[in-house]
Design a binder for this molecule. Structure first.
Ligand SMILES: Nc1ncnc2c1ncn2[C@@H]1O[C@H](COP(=O)(O)OP(=O)(O)O)[C@@H](O)[C@H]1O
Ligand SMILES: [Mg+2]
Length: 276
């Protein structure tokens, strides 16, 4: 969880004021209709090229699915965007101006990039509502004082999020007793409390029932528009059900990009998947 209002040390005085605007992503410059630029990225692990001249461009409000065989570099790509892994070369920008390669993981999260890992990490002993409240406070240490002063606007945001993630009738349930799918939705809700402009989601439907998968598809689709959503997923039926533009990664590079029909009929894509 990130502390709201964290100020990166390299900013000059004017940029600090800009950064402290109430909306953490107020600095985000989307003037070229691109929220994420990855250009010529390269990463090697002990001589093995996990990311190889990778280029990826995501538009504001887009829902992008990323597919590719195991080891294609999907998770490594997300690690670079979120500052967990540093590339050997290349560029990674959030909007026009925010250079992700100069920022820590906490700074990147505070700038408006949220990441949902595969395993849900909700606070099991707290109820659904409290989990959202805590996520909005951003820090367990300040939460008790924070919750005592919740404004109407903040209450409205929690309420909207509860409806969005379909847990409005379960708000007082302890998170520990939720189903696997419900925990995943709650965690997405917790990320939303930090107002991300780009949401990265790694394998959201792993372990879900068909009904939960349908509901997750609707949720991710509804989240795009106001923010960009990048979904990495193995389940092809699920990807087909939500996909607009699909990017296929292979050996650390983009192999194909287009609609699901376009990439599925691409002979190179067929070869890579049959070769698995
Ligand atoms: N920290 C690391 N050290 C060494 N090799 C790694 C590390 N992280 C990933 N790799 C390797 O990089 C390749 C890409 O991995 P990954 O990004 O996890 O692929 P994907 O998520 O598409 O399955 C794999 O061959 C993996 O073994
Ligand atoms: Mg992976």
């Amino acid at each position: 969880m990130t502390a709201m209002g964290y100020v990166p040390s390299w900013l000059n005085r004017d940029e600090v004021f800009e950064f402290l605007k109430p909306e953490p992503s107020a600095r985000l410059d989307l003037s070229h209709n691109c929220i994420l630029y990855l250009e010529d990225l390269n990463v090697s692990f002990d001589g093995f090229k996990a990311i190889n001249n990778l280029n990826l461009y995501i538009e504001p409000g887009e829902l992008r699915c990323i597919i590719g065989p195991n080891g294609a570099g999907k998770t490594t790509m997300m690690d670079i965007i979120t500052g967990k892994t540093r590339p050997d070369s290349g560029k990674a920008f959030f909007g026009q101006r925010i250079d992700l390669l100069k920022m820590s993981e906490a700074e990147i999260a505070a700038a408006g990039i949220g990441r949902k890992f595969q395993k849900p990490t909700v606070f099991e002993e707290l109820c659904v509502f409290e989990n959202l409240e805590l996520a909005m406070a951003g820090d367990k240490a300040v939460w008790p004082t924070y919750r005592a002063r919740l404004s109407g606007e903040q209450m409205d945001r929690i309420e909207e999020t509860l409806v969005l993630i379909g847990l409005e009738n379960d708000r007082w349930l302890r998170a520990g007793i939720l189903s696997h799918g419900q925990k995943q939705w709650l965690e997405i809700g917790m990320l939303l409390m930090q107002n991300p402009k780009l949401l990265l989601v790694d394998e959201p439907v792993a372990g879900m029932t068909h009904q939960e998968m349908d509901r997750t598809g609707e949720l991710l689709t509804s989240l795009a528009g106001e923010r960009s959503v990048v979904v990495v997923e193995h389940d092809m039926d699920f990807v087909r059900s939500i996909a607009r533009t699909v990017t296929v990664l292979h050996q650390g590079s983009v192999l194909a990009e287009g609609t699901m029909d376009q990439v599925q009929s691409d002979s190179r894509v067929i070869e890579v998947y049959l070769g698995e």
